[in-house]
Write a protein that binds this ligand. Structure first.
Ligand SMILES: NC(=O)c1ccc[n+]([C@@H]2O[C@H](COP(=O)([O-])OP(=O)(O)OC[C@H]3O[C@@H](n4cnc5c(N)ncnc54)[C@H](OP(=O)(O)O)[C@@H]3O)[C@@H](O)[C@H]2O)c1
Length: 235
């Protein structure tokens, strides 16, 4: 399988990259801005890469770097076709509504929604016959779910991602590309610890990564255009 994982320098994306590499014949491209952490990921994974599997990392800023001049040539050269795209990179701000700024709005929506739009669009010629796009969303973006103070823009951005997922699934079904979103509950990552110091989530990122990998490999045979809550708690 040829797999692209965004947001691989830490948290869920980091664990997801490792777990895919432990499976046979998986070629993973891991993207994020922090090249030092990507190098650490490559070093840490090197001893556990399964037969015929391979990792390539690229320091790439989904908001500011050039998709056509940098990313697409890299992917075309290393990967050729794409079977699985996991749009995992995300940005969370925990701030009361009155304190939120225009810059917060732009960074949250650009990371959580616009980068998914841009990356998916640029990758369209590279997707293979039965490709699966998995968007990593949040319970906060699910209509009717419990909402939390401080997360208005983050949750709204994930709500937008959910609707984008539904619409993309409809538009891409003729190309045999499936698109689903996993609306995660709390996972104990640096993002969560920075936003909610002291809170203990019920799940560790490696466990969530196991589920996401399984879903990315198999879920498109059962789901398309679906927003699936993945949570053992509220949120
Ligand atoms: N943890 C939770 O409780 C939870 C709950 C629900 C949903 N989620 C979602 O799950 C996903 C992963 O969350 P996490 O907790 O693992 O977050 P995390 O630890 O903050 O990791 C986020 C990743 O996104 C990358 N990233 C952010 N902005 C980027 C940009 N402009 N260009 C490229 N990469 C960028 C970061 O790498 P660099 O800084 O190196 O670029 C990092 O690797 C996110 O979409 C998040 O919203 C998490």
């Amino acid at each position: 399988m040829n797999i692209i994982i965004t947001g691989a320098s830490r948290g869920i994306g980091y664990e997801l990259t490792k777990i895919f590499l432990a499976g046979e014949a998986n070629h993973v491209i891991a993207l994020s801005r922090n090249t030092v952490k990507l190098k650490r990921l490559a070093e840490e994974s090197s001893g556990m890469i399964a037969r015929n599997s391979r990792l390539d990392v690229l320091g790439f800023d989904l908001l500011n770097d050039d998709y056509r001049k940098v990313l697409i040539p890299f992917l075309t050269d290393r990967l050729g076709t794409v079977d699985i795209l996991i749009n995992n990179a995300g940005y969370l701000v925990n701030k009361d509504f009155e304190q939120l700024t225009d810059d917060d709005f732009d960074r949250i929506f650009n990371t959580n929604v616009k980068s998914v739009f841009k990356l998916t669009k640029e990758l369209l010629p590279l997707f293979s016959g039965a490709a699966h796009i998995v968007n990593i969303s949040s319970m906060g973006g699910v209509q009717g779910s419990a909402k939390f103070k401080g997360l208005s823009l983050y949750s709204a951005s994930k709500g937008a991602l959910n609707v984008l997922t539904e619409c993309l699934a409809e538009e891409l079904k003729e190309k045999n590309i499936s698109v689903n979103a996993l609306a995660l509950g709390a996972v104990q990552t640096e993002m969560l610890a920075e936003a909610f110091p002291g809170y203990q989530a019920p799940l560790k990122p490696d466990k969530m990564a196991e589920f996401i990998m399984d879903f990315a490999l198999n879920g498109h045979r059962f789901f398309n255009g679906k927003i699936l809550p993945v949570s053992v708690s509220t949120p």
